[in-house]
Design a protein around this ligand. Structure first.
Ligand code: AMP
Ligand code: MG
Length: 304
């Protein structure tokens, strides 16, 4: 287990030979550490930090890996009608500041930042492989996709080294790889009582990502607010969704989907899932003070 990207990454892998297994795990952890060094918006030597500092002044040349990662995020923003937006960072910062000060942000401040951000403000130049921002307030935050990407990369490193079976748990997002296609059941928490496991979902060479407001949130004036911001309002999401679990083949895609579906809510979220190939979602919805699980609009289980 290692502390990476602000949380713990635990990997269990089946390999013939203890030394070789140890080396494979180290290589997977190193890969995630490398990705953290590229994507962290708080580390002064990261490419994202450099972009957030300079991409409004002039186009910045970036590695091909980051270029395609950002391109994927922008494509996904379009697919979700803007519910997923990596330029939400100035608003996340505003809400974090509100938590520190103990006062809610002013409506004018929110509206102003909202008018300044948006994935459409990012310019990607494929030929020059540069990125620039149209707006001086723009900042990128890959908090909703980075861990998923890192999980995909870690799994790829394990597979490359001949690992046939592995279980990776990255702060609650889980990937399970197994060449023999066996099924692993992942426990799903009750978002109103996270110590309680409500149900379990099967995964098979897939990843499951959860977005919820029960572990990470802003607290202002004794009220908690979701850490996920609705790009349509600039405010923390405040709908009846308690958590969303998404299963997909790609950990990055599952990660992005869970955040987007949390913003979209049950109806629009279910519609998006229905037309998306290879991903499934389970919503936990607050109804009469209880958490009810819904799958594409169909209730599957009720909790007291
Ligand atoms: P997750 O826990 O994967 O749902 O990601 C939540 C994190 O993504 C937040 O802590 C923010 O850093 C960032 N974020 C918040 N709102 C959005 C949004 N609407 N689109 C993309 N990223 C977001
Ligand atoms: Mg996410």
């Amino acid at each position: 287990m290692r502390y990476l990207m602000g949380t713990f990454l635990r990997i269990e892998a089946l390999h013939h030979g203890a030394d070789a297994a140890e080396r494979c795990l180290e290589e997977a952890f190193d890969e995630v550490r490398r990705i953290e060094g590229v994507l962290s918006r708080f580390r002064e030597d990261s490419q994202i930090y450099m972009l957030n500092k300079s991409a409004h002044d002039s186009p910045q040349h970036i590695d091909i890996e980051l270029f395609y990662l950002l391109e994927k995020c922008i494509e996904f923003s379009k697919r979700t009608g803007g519910a997923f937006d990596i330029t939400i960072a100035p608003l996340t910062d505003l809400w974090r500041q509100a938590e520190r000060k103990g006062i809610l942000p002013e409506k004018d401040e929110i509206d102003y930042l909202l008018s300044q951000i948006g994935y459409q403000e990012i310019i990607l130049d494929e030929d020059a492989r540069t990125i620039s921002f149209k707006n001086r307030h723009l900042k990128i935050d890959l908090g909703a996709a980075g861990k998923g990407y890192a999980l995909d990369r870690a799994a790829a490193v394990l597979k490359k080294n001949g690992i046939e079976k592995a279980y990776l748990d990255f702060g609650g997002q889980i990937s399970y790889i197994d060449e023999s296609n066996s099924v692993e059941y992942v426990g799903i928490k009750n978002p109103l009582r996270p110590e309680e496991v409500m149900t379990s979902l099967p995964i098979k060479n897939q990843s499951i990502s959860t977005s919820g407001s029960y572990e990470r949130y802003f607290e202002v004036m004794e009220r908690t607010y979701s850490h996920i911001i609705d790009p349509a309002t600039g405010r923390p999401v405040d709908n009846c969704i308690l958590s969303v679990n998404v299963i997909g083949e790609s950990a990055m895609e599952s990660d992005m989907f869970s955040t987007a579906l949390f913003v979209l809510g049950l109806d629009a979220g279910s519609r998006l899932i229905e037309k998306s190939y290879g991903v499934k979602a389970l919503f936990a919805v607050r109804e009469n003070g209880k958490a009810n699980f819904k799958k594409g609009g169909v209730e599957i289980r009720c909790v007291n």
